[in-house]
Design a protein around this ligand. Structure first.
Ligand code: NAD
Ligand code: WQD
Length: 368
């Protein structure tokens, strides 16, 4: 199939590209690198052994989005492109609404105009806020606690309303819990700019010596050891779910909303211990005050994804830590954004030129 991957240069998108290419699909990646590096594209070419078609596009710009649909018809679109940091969204709510909502509207409008009818959407467990009980099922109450979460919920609603209005439009709404880990090659992985907000990248940077110690936010939660409990899932398992969701949209011709997690809760200290085992590094930590807005425990009931998609998480916490460590230890500065900013800008120009060539090749695919 021909698939448009919006936000395909990002953390989860790049791993999904690796899996989708491995399944033989032709991909066009669209990204504006607002939170990613053009270097991802070269790494993806090394992993897949195939050209990665790329077009620079900012989903906030309708003309950029329309241009993506000028070439061959897409059998499916996967929409990863969003701003995603909770704290940042509290400081810059308008930027989050502008980027996430206007980008999604433009994409849906362009899909509608082009007759592209299948969408896989990156939603989040954030739509459940602080759930009444765990494990969380898809019919749990939706109540977000921050601007980022509200954009995800509005995006789900926009997509749901479009499905209602156009019975031939199909969407797979995938609610991710806590994606971690990296591709087993160590060539792609998570590379947050600045101080990581999330636990696993912070722990990885402590292990590799970029940060002195982890601050554990709260040791007095009503959990197994007093630290927060989450449902961490391997990004390769998550990536596979996107390919399965596309197959479902094609084969079953129905929309769906599913949780993607392991169904197993893991505490902060359990994750720290597993990472220390996998890396052989000490992870110094201190317990500090709770983080504003945090909740005690959130983990998924993933049984609906298993029933509908035949998907279940296969990789355990040790594999998540091992692969995160392989990525971090072989790329201590990630894709090197800070150190080689100029090189990255130059690389972007090269990728843009390659993308233009790729687009001609992409158009040629359709022609013959
Ligand atoms: P990411 O920031 O690494 O990837 C997002 C990509 O989208 C980046 O490459 C970014 O440059 C691009 N992008 C953002 N706005 C864009 C725009 N206007 N135009 C073009 N490209 C744009 O994030 P990720 O962790 O890979 O997350 C991917 C998706 O999954 C997001 O929608 C996020 O909300 C969702 N999600 C992530 C997590 C998580 O913990 N990482 C959990 C649940 C849901
Ligand atoms: C996990 C646990 C922290 C960092 C967030 C978003 C959510 C989703 C995933 C996109 C918690 C503790 C963390 C640190 C710590 N993203 N922690 N020290 O909070 O479950 O979810 O990312 O949709 O929307 O809210 O993930 O990795 O930030 O935290 O002790 O330096 O680790 O308190 O218990 P969270 P997280």
């Amino acid at each position: 199939m021909r698939i448009l991957v919006c936000g395909g240069a990002g953390y989860i998108g790049s791993h999904a590209c690796a899996v989708l290419a491995e399944r033989g699909h032709d991909l066009l990646v669209a990204d504006n690198f607002i939170n990613s590096s053009p270097r991802v594209l070269g790494r993806l070419r090394r992993i897949t052994g195939r050209p990665v078609f790329f077009q620079q596009a900012d989903l906030r710009v309708r003309a950029d989005v329309d241009a993506l649909f000028e070439g061959p018809h897409f059998d499916a679109v996967v929409h990863f492109a969003a701003l995603k940091a909770v704290g940042d969204s509290c400081r810059r709510p308008l930027a989050y609404f502008e980027n996430n909502i206007s980008g999604t509207i433009h994409l849906l409008q362009a899909m509608q105009a082009a007759g592209a009818k299948r969408l896989v959407f990156s939603s989040s467990a954030t739509v459940y806020g602080d759930p009444d009980s765990v494990p969380v099922r898809e019919d749990a109450a939706l109540r977000t606690t921050n601007p980022y979460g509200r954009t995800k919920l509005v995006m789900e609603q926009l997509i749901g309303d479009l499905c209602e209005s156009d019975p031939s439009f199909r969407a797979a709404n995938l609610r991710y819990f806590n994606p971690v880990g990296a591709h087993p090659s160590g060539l792609i992985g998570e590379d947050p700019g600045g101080v990581p907000d999330n636990l696993m990248p912070y722990v990885s940077q402590v292990a590799v010596g970029r940060r002195a110690r982890l601050q554990v936010f709260g040791g007095d939660w009503p959990t197994v050891d007093g630290t927060g409990v989450r449902d961490y899932l391997h990004v390769m398992d998550l990536a596979r779910a996107h390919a399965d969701a596309i197959d479902y949209l094609v084969g079953e011709d129905r929309s769906l909303t599913v949780n993607l997690g392991t169904g197993r809760g893991v505490s902060v200290l359990e994750l720290v211990q597993a990472f220390a085992r996998a890396s052989g590094c000490a992870i110094p930590y201190e317990i500090v005050a709770r983080r504003a807005g945090d909740v005690a425990q959130v983990y998924a009931d993933p049984s609906l994804a298993q029933r509908l998609l035949g998907w279940r998480a296969e990789l355990d916490l040790d594999a998540m830590c091992r692969d995160a460590w392989r990525w971090q230890s072989t790329n201590p500065d990630g894709y090197g954004k800070a150190a080689v900013e100029q090189a990255a800008v130059e690389q972007a120009a090269v990728e843009q030129a390659a993308g233009e060539t790729a687009l001609h090749e992409w158009a040629a695919l359709a022609a013959g």
